[in-house]
Design a protein around this ligand. Sequence first.
Ligand code: ADP
Ligand code: G6P
Length: 493
Amino acid sequence: MSNQKASFLVVANRLPVDSVTDADGNRHWRRSPGGLVTALHPVLQAEKGTWVGWAGNAGPAPEAFDLEGVRLHPVSISQAEVQRYYEGFSNASLWPLYHDAVETRTFRRSWWAAYEEVNQRFATIAAEEAAQNAVVWVQDYQLQLVPAMLRQMRPDLRIGFFLHIPFPPVELFMQMPQRVQILKGLLGADLVGFQRPFAAQNFLRLTKHLLGLQPRGHYVAVDDDLADERLVRAESFPISIDTATNESIAAEPEVIKRAEEIRNELGDPRTIILGVDRLDYTKGIELRLKAFRELLEDGELSVPDTVMVQVATPSRERVEHYMKLRNKVELEVGRINGDFGQVGGPAVHYLHQSYDRRELTALYRAADIMAVTPMRDGMNLVAKEYVSSRLDNTGALLLSEFAGAAGELHQAYQVNPHDMAALKQGFLEAMHASDTDKIKRMRAMRRHVRKHDVQRWARRFLSALGVPEQQALSRQCLGQRAEGTFTTVNEPT
Ligand code: ADP
Ligand code: G6P
């Protein structure tokens, strides 16, 4: 393993790997699928990069190791810190607050102390691993203090931060007891990226409201003792998917065959409605089920003509709101099936499981209507994955206005999921639309997702951070290795 310092680092709560056990019982690491990893892997490889993150288990972390040309540096998080930093402050304070407080947020001082401590640990490792003038890209709400902590230790670094979830309006953010610390933590970055323009505006507005700064356009000047005056840029960079890979998986004969099998196994219904979400209260699964039940009650839909498949990926299972949600969702699924199912033919096929990419893509291919109806969501990649899998431009996307993706996928059947009548109407509209209308919409959305893929997202962010585009991604994404190290610029242009 090399001891060389990295010129490009990603710092994220999770490492992009899964621990797997092979047939002989040996454990090893495997790169986990996912757009962020796919987009950043070529840059990490080319720049001898390091990814700093948690391996997902409580207790001491394994030694740093190399995998497919990238150094992975696990961060240890104790059992108590998992409860306070991860389940507590990250997922019971920040997560609900940043998602419009669709569930009650809880603040505990002991959670905050652990959040600070763990953020400091991530920052310290990054500071130790980074070469002079390196570029460090910090990811998401679990690590909002890292930019300032890192800058304090290593003012030479170029620091970017990207928030994958929504950033709340001023009134909501103001509830947070540690609002000033969080804001100052983020202002340690040179570039703070958000999914939507509104989020960037909320952030800039807060710098004025809370800290008395004077934001201008996308910039705000900060004076942090380390430099006379430093400009922080805040802007939206909507994340996307690895469209080319998704499309090629969707075109595989086995995937096409599997999609047909799935339709068969579901009894060849006229319409398959699909939902694929982490089992999270922001995703609007309950509202979606309620709408489906009411449509069955109203006689607008009937089983087995129409069936729903709801994949609900296990998530954050020790956090109270998540336990309660699981009970509520499963009760509702049971109720719908009890009232409307038949022997061997449930109305809702509920799957509380993880799937591999191909099975998920086969589901996307099999579905006539994809229901993505979160109450609030930073982006929602599932919506983009569905669109990219519809190679023949068929299918319909029912999309919540409150998903970040709604800012781009204008041709989806957009609904306000908080309005039950509108949600039901949205289902019917998507169901009864003409083929011509659906194809026109899907074609436009596919074109968008093709052009705006995750590689473009990473390229845009890194070049805004001052990493020259040609060095950052363009050639590496085509599978070529880049030469040289990143050049950093001090002033945003
Ligand atoms: P979030 O990040 O809130 O979970 P997104 O929709 O943005 O929501 O991203 C979810 C990602 O997880 C997508 O790439 C999707 O394909 C993947 N995913 C969701 N459910 C499953 C599942 N059951 N098995 C495997 N991957 C899943
Ligand atoms: C969202 C967050 C990510 C998080 C993921 C899965 O996408 O933005 O930061 O990693 O959900 O959640 P988990 O808590 O399992 O990491």
